[in-house]
Structure formats: C-alpha cells, structure tokens
Design a protein around this ligand. Structure first.
Ligand code: ARG
Length: 469
C-alpha cells in the first residue's frame, strides 16, 4: 500500500510520495541512530563555520547549537521519536531542528550533503571506538603482564604441533599476548591516522560554490587533516575496512588465546585454574564447570572476521563517489566494534583471576624429554656437528622411551654407548630448569632474559597508560 508519508527533505522534484515498502527497505535509522552524537557535533561545528564565513548570522548559529543540544538531550533521554519515514539520523535531527526553529533550521544543510555528513559522522564514531578499544587492549596487556610478574619463576612445557617441545617460563609465554596485542594497538594507531581526516565540505561530490572554510570545521572537530579530493572523500570507506580488518586480527588473537586457555584448563592438561565467576555450568551434568566465556571469545571472533569480508565485497563494485550501497557499511563495522568491546570487557578480568596449577605442572614438567634440544646443543658445544648431535640425542630419547624414563635417568654407560665423549658436564644440560636457564640468547626464555622483557613491558605499558587518549 502506498500511503502518504512524511514530507521528504528531497521531495521537491517528486510527484508521488515514497512507497512505504521503499521507506522500510531503505531506512537506516534503526542502526545509524548510534551516530546521533557525532552528527550533532558535526552540525554544531558546521553551523558555527557557516556563521564565521557569513553564510549564517551568529545568532542563527547560536540558535542552531542550542536546538541541537536540546535534541541531543531528547535522544539520550529516550524521548526522541524515530520513524522509518525520515530515513536516517541526519534527516531526523535536521527535521527536529526545523520543527523547533523553522527557517533557521532549514539553513543548517547549507554547503553540505548527507554524503559528506555521514562520512564525517562515521569517522568521528570510529575514531572514538579506536580509542576505547586501544584502552581496552592496554588493560588486557596489563593483566597479562601482572600475571607474568606473579608467575615469573614457574616453568611450563611449551608446545609445537600441540606436542611437548621445550620448557619455558610461564612468564615468557604470557608475554606472547602482550606482543600480539601491542601489534594490534600499533595497527589501531595507524588506522586512526587515516580515519582522522575530514570529509566535511566535500558536499555531495564536487565541493561547493559557497565560501566555506573547511579549516574551521577541521579544528572544531579535531581532525588531523582535511580530505583533499571531494570526489574521493564523500565515499572513501577505506578507514571502515581497515578498522574492521584490524579488529578482525585482534579478534583472531583473542581467539587464539581463548583456545590455548581452554586447552590449558582442561583436566587433561591441568595447567590453569580459571576463575569460577568466569565459568558456567551444565543444566544436566552437575559436576561441569565450563569455559564458556573463552569459548564465546573464540566464537565471536567469527563475526569480526566475516565483517571485513562483507565490507570488502560491499566496496569492490562501487564507481567513484557516493552510492547508497555505502549505507551497508555501518552495521558491519558497528558489529566489529561491539564484538571487540564485549570480548575485551571479559578478557582482562578473566586473566586477572586465573592461576596456574603449580602442583599439576610440577608433576609433569620432566615428562616428554623437553631437555632433548638443550642436550643436543651441549653436544654441539663439544664440537659434534649438529646433524650428528641431533641423531645421537634422538637415539637416547628412543632408549628413554623404551625404558619409560627421562634422559636424566639414563646411566652414563648407556649414554657413552651412543656418544663416546659422554662426560658428567653434559648432564648439566638435562632437566627442565637447566634447559630453561641455558636459553640466554636475546628474547629467549632464561630467567634473566625474561626479566629484561618484563622490565621493558612494565615501562612500555606505564608510558602507554600516561599517553592513553
Ligand atoms: N543513510 C545514508 C548512508 O548511511 C546517508 C547518506 C545518504 N545520501 C544519499 N545521497 N542518499 O549512507
């Protein structure tokens, strides 16, 4: 049914009202109302600039500012009426302003199009999201660093192919997450630079014949630079795509961490004790304490990954300048932002409440011949070629496997049978604590090396906390 609908901001040329099915198909108010604050900030800056350029009087700009602040209030208090017939947040706010101010409200859209307006709003929104997520990542890094500090001396097995590989300090392993999230933070900072560019003033695509001064809105909105090409600026969504990508990789890191801790906290591994407040139970099996929070962190990463794909596919067929397809960018990037914030909201407290099970780890730390590589390196120091040393130790491991014992438990005679230069000092390489102590090259797991890494992280995160935006 094509019923008469609200007056449109673009109605002049039309002879018939918009079909209601089109209104509900094309509306974005259901999701872009989240841009309200940014839209109002943009409009206040824009109207003040128009006044300074002689396109509005100062009293008109003042009235617009006051009207917009009232609207901001109504929206935040939930008394503002949203309707699909007014399409999007930009038209809602403008028409509410016109209801309040009449012709003065009708002047706000001077030298502006919704194309540069929505691009500006979205950049402001993403810029704030970047800063919040960056702060969340820093908090998570701090939680890992604190845990690493607490567990500094604990030795755990490290794995490749999920098979016991070599012993490492638990603190070394925990700092892995500080490294990964640091790269994510660097990517966010980098992405923020390209987000922090102002499209406002590009108007629909060609700029404007009116005497505006974009540097004034730039300054008011805190943009680092002004977009140089109006045709590009009104439709550039690279920043949306980049942010979605950075968030997807961050989500992948969170997912890897969740997966590792799910494994480490199983009864079979018994490495970690998760905080009970961050686990849930089963409705049928009374004994279950499940790692649902970690599973959901892992599971929710799928959304962040698919959102990047959605945005890339959205963009790939678009000719230059604004196309309505671009309206579809928002839900994807909003979802990535929401998902990451939700994940970060639980990750840091979960880390803070988790403990290693030192007893269980201690019971099994000498299992799996974790010291084999260190013994091989000790043979290399004696002048044995690496390939030969590898083979010799491989044979000793095979003997130990047959005898179901550790390398330490093999007698000197057995060892001498494989390597005739066998001597007591080679035994200094055996056992997990000694294997760890020997790993002294830069970035390795020896206590002194990890102490340096811990100190560096402490300093880095303290500085970052001071700089947080
Ligand atoms: N809701 C629109 C969007 O999100 C705003 C821009 C509309 N521009 C236009 N020319 N129809 O993209």
């Amino acid at each position: 049914m094509n019923q008469k609908s609200a007056e449109k901001a673009w109605g002049g040329v039309f002879r018939v009202p918009t079909d209601q099915r089109v209104e509900s198909f094309s509306e974005s108010i259901s999701f872009d109302q989240r841009l309200a604050n940014d839209d109002i900030d943009g409009s206040i800056a824009h109207s003040q600039m128009l006044a300074e350029c002689g396109l509005l009087t100062q009293s008109e700009a003042d009235a617009i500012r006051a009207g917009l602040e009232d609207i901001r209030n109504d929206i935040s208090e939930g008394t503002f009426h949203f309707t699909a017939s007014k399409e999007d947040i930009h038209l809602h706010i403008e028409s509410a302003l016109t209801e309040k101010l009449g012709d003065i409200g009708r002047k706000l859209h001077t030298a502006r199009s919704r194309n540069d307006q929505v691009a500006t709003d979205l950049r402001l929104f993403c810029r704030r999201a970047i800063d919040r997520i960056d702060a969340g990542l820093l908090e998570l890094q701090r939680a890992f660093l604190e845990m690493a500090d607490r567990e500094h001396d604990l030795i755990i097995p490290a794995y490749t192919h999920l098979r016991r590989a070599q012993p490492v300090l638990a603190s070394h392993q925990l700092l892995v997450w500080c490294e990964k999230f640091d790269r994510d933070r660097q990517r966010l900072t980098d992405c923020r630079q390209r987000t922090n560019v102002m499209p406002l003033g590009s108007a629909a695509l060609a700029g404007t014949s009116l005497p505006i001064d974009r540097s004034k809105t730039q300054e008011a909105l805190g943009f680092h630079t002004i977009a140089a090409n109006s045709l590009d600026a009104a439709s550039d969504r690279d920043f949306v795509c980049e942010l979605a990508f950075v968030l997807s990789l961050t989500a992948v890191h969170l997912s890897q961490w969740a997966e590792e801790w799910i494994i480490y906290s199983t009864d079979e591994f018994g490495f970690l004790k998760l905080p009970e407040a961050f686990c849930t139970g089963s409705s049928i099996m009374p004994q279950k304490i499940n790692p649902d929070v970690l599973e959901l962190v892992r599971g929710k990463s799928a959304r962040a990954i698919s959102n990047v794909q959605q945005i890339l596919v959205l963009l790939k067929g678009l000719p230059t300048a604004y196309n309505r397809d671009l309206q579809e960018d928002k839900e994807a990037v909003f979802d990535s932002i929401d998902t990451l914030e939700a994940m970060l909201g639980v990750a840091a407290p979960l880390v803070a409440g988790t403990e290693f099970d030192r007893k269980r780890i201690g019971e099994s730390i000498e299992k799996g011949h974790l010291d084999a590589t260190t013994l091989m390196e000790a043979l290399i120091v004696e002048g044995v070629p690496q390939r030969t040393a590898h083979e010799t130790v491989g044979k000793l491991v095979r003997l130990a496997l047959t005898k179901e014992c550790s390398l330490t438990e093999l007698s000197d005679d057995v060892c001498r049978a494989e390597y005739d230069g066998w001597n007591a000092s080679l035994r200094q390489a055996l056992g997990s604590p000694r294997a760890v102590e020997r790993m002294v090259s830069f970035g390795s797991t020896a206590p002194a090396c990890v102490a340096e890494q811990l100190a560096a992280w402490r300093q880095k995160l303290e500085t970052a906390a001071k700089e947080i935006r």
